[in-house]
Ligand binder design. Sequence first.
Ligand SMILES: C[S@@+](CC[C@H](N)C(=O)[O-])C[C@H]1O[C@@H](n2cnc3c(N)ncnc32)[C@H](O)[C@@H]1O
Length: 430
Amino acid sequence: MSAALRAQTARLFYAIAFDGRSANEVLLELRQQISDRHEQGFVQECLFGTARHFEKLDWMLNQLLSKSFKKKDNDLRCLLLTALYQLFYLDKPSHAVVSESVNATRQLDKDWASKLVNGVLRNAQRQGKELMSSDQQPLNVQHELPQWLFKRLRGAWPRQLGAIAEAAATKAPLVLRINQSHPEAAHYSDHLSTANIEFETHKTVESAIRLKQAVPVSQIPLFDEGLFSVQDLSAQLAAWILPLTSSNKVLDACAAPGGKTAHLLERHQLNLTAVDKDPRRAEKIHQNLQRLSLECEVIAADAGQLEESAFDGILLDAPCSATGVIRRQPDIKLHRQNSDIAQVVNEQKQLLESLWAKVKQGGHLLYATCSILPQENAEQIKGFLDRHPDAKLEPLATDIMALGIDTRFGLQILPQNWHDGFFYALLKKA
Ligand SMILES: C[S@@+](CC[C@H](N)C(=O)[O-])C[C@H]1O[C@@H](n2cnc3c(N)ncnc32)[C@H](O)[C@@H]1O
């Protein structure tokens, strides 16, 4: 890879790490700037990988530097972090990584730093392996988690901490949802086999299959025709858990981009309203439904302010810390902060309160988050049940409960190869 591409990678990583932009947004920009698929793949791998292993790479870089960078030179820090990622996590020839990273200083208009970059990377080649496994690393660095999240997770899940940290530092598999209402649904395995795509089925969730190797969705047969969607196993549970029958009046309160909306509509013919307060994200619900030939009313609004009520079922897939999906969005490690948690817990509480009033008697509200923090999950539901004597926590099917931990206030699924971290609590109105 050229020096120009490495400088570009450093700039894009800077946008994620120092300008707070999401990796997905930056990737869209990348696709506009670079047309070569191979180069796009390389940059994407470096951005996601460097974010995934940021704590370790940054600690290592600090050991290799005699003094830290000035703020205005954080682009060089990003150049070095992405180079260290290539040296220690990718199978790239190390002489090319070093020499092209040195040349990239010119592309960043910082020729003066070429000796520094050369020195740091050469030292990394010599001492890197030792540093990578050094027991001098603070515990959060060993677990590749930001300090605040490490502390919270160690408090919440002391026995599972190692597995959680490992999952957060590992790439997630590609899991598909088979559209069981598609005319070709019964033949999905023939289509995949014909395309030489190897997959496994899941013993509990019949809509889910996991690909043995990731392939671009454009290469999955009948993807454009709506036979499949990309959706993690845990996210697929919502439509299996919420007890609905055809023609029920249903609200998907935080619906964009519409993954769970579509799954609900694939399973039942519903009178469904999908709401999201972000108009740009709400637009994505239309696009998703169109590909799957599904329809429902889509509203861009604050779900808490809706006038309609008396719903048979409400899905509240609440805004959350997303700490259960770090393996899919590793930039969460860089962006989320301790102070965000109290704010998001409060938002969830407000939404639960206002949406509960819209559930009809005997109806259900399914509360879901892709968080693994008890404050957003079990503690949130415990508080809700204490405040609402008309709410009862419903038991979930035994095979679904077996996917996670029974917190007594809902099912907590921790991230692990097949599935992301997720929480579900099914509430029934007396
Ligand atoms: C976890 S995502 C939803 C994912 C979606 N259910 C799916 O399966 O594709 C949470 C969504 O909640 C939306 N949101 C946050 N606060 C909201 C509110 N007060 N009313 C409606 N939507 C809200 C966000 O814009 C975001 O799209």
